[in-house]
Design a protein around this ligand. Structure first.
Ligand code: ADP
Length: 633
């Protein structure tokens, strides 16, 4: 038989390098990963066996076997699951099953991973973790359902290449043989293996067995003891989600969470319940305490594991969770769904809809309770997942107010580190105030200093500060308890009727000048009008009510979208003395050079205030210098 030598894909090389050279803690998780892969392989074979009579569990039943050879220094994990063909082995064990490889590579090099290498577990790179303890790994596999004995032998020392060759193998399934490094031979000890299995894999539903040596009475001579090998099952195999709450310790809950999420920290909340009635199912769900680094990536896998009557159907069932709760992990085990359920059926299934609705409600209730009863914990949760949760205000019409009640914002009225809810905002609204005022920005400090807030601050109106890129998109069109959201950086502002009337009067007075300025700046701005939002500054640029907000524009650009340049509106403070002086010159001589220069300066200032550059910085600087000189004379 020929032996083929192949190279790992770049990302695997990088990953292996990291595994071998920088991961020193939690090395024992390699066994959890191998057992979990074996269990998945059995689940898949079991699932296929329902419709393919060429596949069966065999006489001894589905089983994961651990075999130790102390002399050879090897540890083997075998299963009688689905197995791999040669091509599948090359693909599965030579690449990373990851659609966002570029993002994955970026994450590998990130500081976050460098500081906490164990986070890579989240990317589902389980198999390779064995290279932390083994210098050579041999995998022998045969595909289930295939009638001949054709199998594959895959081998690697983790240094960039691997070999594959065709061999014969007795039964279906996979043997993963680790040639342990000298210093890692503790993993050959029975008690060590037993502990790891109990800690990480107790709830695997298939038996994990190992031959152990025990002293027994000799059958021939009862006075003598002899050493015998006995097969022992190391795990309890009880599906934890089917157990009663009272039977499960916090530690068991946490271990199970770590098993399914590849997270190393404990979850923030456990949601475990049994639903009866229109739909019967068990759900064991978790709200993590730390966001997985890939949660905002395209290929982040959404949804809990789906089981039907204890048979695993899929790893991530997207149809069971709404995207704004995508941080939730766990298991749903349904008694009503058919075992051979396909993606298509899932998408239009009433039972699935019911489960999803039920889970959504439970999760939102749990999050709501956390806000009420465990505020400190909630703040941490919110910091990690608020950005995701918030999407629900836009996408879940039915529950938008419930979700809005979970949101927190700093405001012009809060102390540092403190937040407002919408309810608190509304309760503190000023007499006659109709709308909820908010501003977007990229940092709290910058947003608080913005000239757009001047009039609001002066009149004592509270403004919520929103710092997430998607905020404007989420808030546009949203109403909380009948109160509209109003961006202070967009559209026209007038606080009350009296102010409105003053503005009308000023408008009449300055109408001609406004027209004149508008004509001069017609290539740059959409409109020139009097402002209701300024008190100290002379002017500012604002977006029109329906236009996209500057934060949103940044987000869209970052996503590679073409954003049409929308023209701004120049707002002028009618109470600023500058404006009265300009009007005086205008009424005398509209061709006056100084007037032209002032218009340019006005527009330049407005650009500076919104963080842009004046159109012609050199001309702007010259004009300012000239004014300074004149002032000093
Ligand atoms: P993950 O299990 O998260 O996909 P791994 O790196 O652990 O990532 O495994 C990569 C792939 O190798 C698996 O998706 C599976 O296709 C294959 N594989 C690993 N172990 C086994 C096994 N015991 N039986 C069959 N296939 C396996």
């Amino acid at each position: 038989m020929t032996v083929e030598k192949l190279e790992f894909k770049t990302e695997v090389k990088e990953l292996l390098d990291l595994m071998i050279h920088s991961l020193y803690s939690h090395k024992e998780v390699f066994l959890r990963e191998l057992v979990s892969n074996a269990s998945d392989a059995i689940d898949r074979a079991h699932y296929e066996s329902l419709t393919n009579s060429d596949i069966s569990e065999g006489e001894k039943g589905w089983k994961i076997r651990i075999t130790v050879d102390k002399d050879a220094g090897t540890l083997m994990v075998s299963d009688n699951g689905i197995g791999m063909s040669k091509d599948e082995a090359i693909e599965a064990l030579g690449t990373i099953a990851h659609s966002g490889t570029k993002e994955f590579l970026a994450a590998l090099q990130s500081k976050e991973i460098k500081d906490n290498p164990e986070l890579i577990g989240q990317f589902g790179v389980g198999f390779y973790s064995s290279f932390m303890v083994a210098d050579t790994i041999t995998v022998i596999s045969r595909k289930a359902g295939q009638k001949d004995k054709r199998g594959v032998k895959w081998e690697s020392t983790g240094d960039g290449v691997f070999t594959v060759e065709e061999i014969e193998k007795e039964g279906k399934g996979t043997d993963v043989i680790l040639h342990l490094k000298e210093e890692e031979n503790k993993y050959l000890q029975e008690w060590e293996i037993r502990n790891i299995i109990r800690k990480y894999s107790d709830f695997i539903e298939h038996p994990v067995v190992m031959d152990v040596e025990r002293e027994r009475e000799s059958v021939l001579d009862k006075t003598k003891k002899v050493k015998v090998k006995e097969e022992e099952t190391l795990n309890s195999m009880k599906a934890i989600w089917l157990k009663d709450k009272s039977e499960i310790s916090e530690e068991e809950y946490n271990e199970f969470y770590k098993h399914i999420s590849h997270d190393f920290s404990n979850p923030a909340k456990v949601i475990h319940y049994k639903a009866e009635g229109t739909s019967e199912f068990h759900a064991l769900l978790y709200i993590p305490s730390v966001a997985p680094i890939n949660i905002l990536y395209r290929d982040y896998k959404i949804g809990p594991m789906l089981y039907v009557k204890r048979v695993q159907i899929m790893d991530h069932c997207e149809e069971l969770i709404t995207p704004y709760l995508r941080f939730i992990k766990g298991v749903v085990d349904s008694s009503d769904l058919p075992l051979n359920i396909s993606r298509e059926i899932l998408q239009n299934n009433r039972q699935v809809e019911i489960i999803k609705k039920n889970i959504t409600k439970k999760a939102l209730d749990t999050i709501g309770d956390m806000r009420k009863d465990e505020y400190e914990k909630y703040l941490k949760f919110y910091e990690e997942f608020g950005r995701v949760l918030k999407e629900g205000v836009h996408f879940d019409f039915e529950r938008r107010e419930t979700i809005a009640d979970l949101l927190l914002f700093p405001s012009t009225h809060t102390e540092e580190g403190k937040f407002r809810t919408f309810q608190e905002y509304v309760d503190n609204m000023r007499e006659g105030q109709k709308d909820i005022y908010y501003t977007t920005g990229s940092s709290l400090k910058e947003a608080l200093q913005s000239p757009y807030l001047e009039a609001f601050k002066e009149r004592g109106y509270e403004v919520l500060i929103m710092l997430d890129d998607i905020d404007d998109f989420i808030m546009a069109g949203f109403e909380y308890k009948g109160k509209k959201m109003k961006s202070v950086i967009k559209g026209d502002i007038a606080f009350d009727k009296a102010e409105q009337a003053d503005k009308e009067k000023a408008k009449k007075k300055y109408e001609k000048l406004l027209e004149f300025i508008k004509d001069r700046l017609k290539d740059d701005v959409k409109d020139v009008r009097l402002s209701g939002r300024l008190t100290d500054s002379a002017c500012c640029l604002v977006a029109d009510e329906g236009d996209i907000d500057p934060q949103m524009e940044k987000l869209l650009k970052a996503m590679g979208q073409d954003v049409p340049q929308s023209k701004r509106i120049l707002e002028i403070n009618p109470d600023h003395p500058l404006f009265a002086s300009m009007n005086a010159i205008f009424e005398k001589d509209r061709g006056n050079d100084t007037l032209q220069e002032y218009i340019m300066l006005l527009y330049g200032q407005a650009l500076l205030l919104e963080g842009s550059k004046p159109k012609d910085p050199a001309a702007f600087a010259r004009a300012v210098a000239k004014l300074m000189v004149e002032n000093l004379r």
